[in-house]
Design a protein around this ligand. Sequence first.
Ligand code: PLP
Length: 398
Amino acid sequence: MFFEKIVAAPADPILGLTEEFKNDPRTDKINLGVGIYKTNEGVTPILKCVKKAEEIILKEETTKSYLPIVGTPEYGKLVRELVFGADSEVIASDRARTTQAPGGTGALRVGADFLKQQNVTGKIWISDPTWANHFQVFGKAGLETAKYRYYDKNTRALDFEGMKADLKNAKAGDAVLLHACCHNPSGMDPNAAQWEELAKLVAELKLLPFFDFAYQGFGNGIEEDAFGIRTFLKYNKEVLVASSFSKNFGLYNERIGALTVVSADKETADRVFSQVKIAVRANISNPPAHGAKIVTTVLSNPELRAEWVAEVAEMRDRIKNMRELFVSKLNSLGCAVDFSFINTQYGMFSFSGLSPEQVATLKKDYGIYMVGNGRISVAGITTSNIDALCKAIYEVLQ
Ligand code: PLP
């Protein structure tokens, strides 16, 4: 027997929670676990610009033939413009190359494979805490992983001094994974001065920056959220960026993302890209078309693009409003904890500061689901469930 020795893997900490939620018979249950945007009506909509793009695609599509290994050049160009800005030096000097990838996860994995297969680096430093899948993605690709401090539980803020101190322990040649905006799970991002300082430090330490850009548009705005990456490029010639369009286009199940690699010059970029292609080819041969066609159609059509920008703003604003309402309701209930720190966080998530025991009680006694570390998906809060949610948190904190 070959398989008898296989030991069952534990449930995925986040997707496992969704399963538990589905099986909970309570009708007033609330899911603040998985990072999926929901409207105030509690649904995950298809964006209007996406539906319109799909109608165009359906009419105009003439073949289902394979795409190039790295996706179409048009898609790559649009992604780079979104990440770096259309008039950026990186684009003008033609030293960035983009491959389509199956979601942000696929982009991280292709990047990890490239780094490992080409001996670019053996180790990557990852924030503590981080998105649970990061260690698995980089670890399974064969890279050694290490943690740097990021969040201070006591001050409920970015542990910038701890972060810098830990990065100084990295060796020249190591890579460092950075959340470009809307850090998952803490919601805490460096401010402009801190990005500048980090960018210089990483260059001085000769570390390779690898950005995970899963929430462009969910922080301060589509352009604004690229600030960290663009600041890094002032001091660092070589950078990797894993983009995801799962959240900002609502294309979760289309699995659409991109890996962009910036090299020091055009010639190096071409050599690097030939190896990135091998990594894609070995993983998926060539990418699926539908999600990429949607993103390409929306971004290259001025009307649809404007509609997309407005729809991203609508999602961002709703989350921000819920964040503010959540804080003001909790504080007006007279909670033992001042929750104002939640208003300093960005993106879909919030670190509530609730303990694993309090999280367990919320699930057991109130049917309120959140990740064990106290992470709340703010996008799951609605004007209909916020009162019950705040009351339950108030009671659990007594
Ligand atoms: N990176 C971070 C920080 C995320 O939060 C997520 C999704 O939750 C991803 C990457 C993966 O995105 P995708 O669904 O596009 O693979």
